[in-house]
Design a protein. Structure first.
Ligand SMILES: [Zn+2]
Length: 389
């Protein structure tokens, strides 16, 4: 634990106010002071700097039925700086160009099939090139990726089933090529970060973001902090065993929850019942058919066992279901909520909600972008240097 000197504090305070404005949690100097706990004088000084730098612009609040002058409102200016989000999945890669309030300016997704490392990298470069084309004020690149990763050093280590690609120093390569700071994190942590900064997750101190795809992973916020971001804790939720004599898993253990409740397992079982291949959105649309419903209920029951374990460990206020599970119909979310609340140890004390992730299918790209935004809002990426560069 290191102390903070004046420069660090100044950056932190600027980052905090910028976050409150960007996420529309506060839009006047008075509300900024109230929410941040900073003095009105400090708020005024920092906002003056933002105005001078063209980060923020003033407007006037609608008449509110009170006499006197309407308070001046603050919002991010339209021509403000941008950031790039880059998403690395097994089957596709994507990129997005956003403003500091996560407004999407450009977006592109590309499929990825059995590529060599060189093709993989040139696909990523092309995506980023297209995002950066014509842009003059870009603050950084945030990348969200399948794991395992060395988050500290920005290295993609040795993801299973990823065409033999391993040990790619993404941060170094991208920083060298683009001269921009690069921040890499696990896809589930990144998605949780988007929920925390801009989603419904903003309203909660502790929550569990669970992403279900061909694997299952999680990002866990406790008391406003992402747990174990650097070592990817939570990302491997799918390998939590729910039966020590259960299904063999590719990780070498038995009974891992993703061998029962991941998207490919559900699609395979529904496909067998229907006698033809189906994708996950279709499975979800046909949930009223008894054989489809039976597959879902069985998978969700097993997932609930896993989630009860996690809930007992970290005591979240909400569980967000994301990635492909955003397609699940409401009745299954309600069912999951009921099972978790029945199963958790603090039965009856504070009901845990189960909600769909705020950004739906866009959550992963939003998460990638939030890996940079978080650095800015935490005051770790100085705006002055970035804007002067
Ligand atoms: Zn496993």
């Amino acid at each position: 634990m290191k102390g903070y000197n004046n420069d660090d504090l100044r950056r932190k305070n600027r980052g905090l106010l910028l976050r409150l404005i960007a996420t529309a949690e506060a839009s006047t100097r008075i509300s900024l002071a109230k929410k941040s706990g900073l003095t009105k004088m400090s708020v005024t000084n920092i906002v003056d700097e933002f105005l001078k730098q063209g980060l923020v612009e003033e407007g006037e609040m609608e008449y509110q039925g009170q006499k006197g002058r309407n308070p001046v409102t603050l919002k991010l200016s339209g021509g403000g700086p941008r950031i790039v989000g880059l998403l690395i999945n097994r089957e596709s890669c994507g990129a997005v160009l956003c403003d500091l309030k996560l407004g999407v300016c450009k977006k592109e997704i590309r499929p990825l099939h059995a590529v060599a490392e060189e093709e993989f990298l040139s696909c990523l470069y092309e995506l980023v090139d297209r995002m950066l084309a014509g842009e003059t004020k870009v603050l950084g690149i945030g990348a969200a990726s399948i794991g395992p990763l060395d988050v500290e050093r920005g290295i993609l280590l040795n993801p299973p089933r990823f065409y033999g690609i391993r040990n790619v120093s993404l941060r170094e390569l991208f920083q060298e090529r683009y001269g921009l700071p690069v921040f890499l994190d696990h896809q589930y942590n990144s998605a949780a970060r988007a929920e925390h900064l801009f989603g419904i997750g903003r309203e909660y101190h502790s929550f569990l973001f669970v992403g279900i795809t061909n694997g299952i992973g999680a990002g866990i916020y406790v008391d406003g902090r992402l747990l174990g971001s650097a070592n990817g804790l939570g990302s491997e939720l799918g390998h939590m065993s729910i039966d020590y004599r259960g299904n063999p898993c590719e990780c070498g253990n038995l009974g891992c929850v993703e061998t029962y409740a991941s998207v490919n397992v559900i699609c395979e079982q529904v496909g067998r019942a229907l006698g033809r291949p189906v994708d996950f959105p279709e499975c979800c649309r046909r949930y009223r058919e008894p054989e489809v419903d039976a597959v879902f209920k069985d998978a969700l029951e097993k997932l609930a066992v896993c989630l009860v374990n996690v809930v007992n460990l970290v005591n979240p206020e909400v569980v967000f279901l994301g990635h492909e599970s955003v397609h699940l119909p409401d009745c299954y979310l309600e069912r999951m909520e009921k099972r978790i609340n029945e199963g958790k140890l603090s039965d009856g004390y504070r009901r845990i909600r189960v909600l769909r992730a705020t950004f739906g299918e866009e959550q992963q790209l939003a998460g990638a972008a939030c890996n940079v935004l978080d650095q800015i809002f935490e005051g770790k990426l100085g705006l002055e240097e970035a804007l002067d560069a």
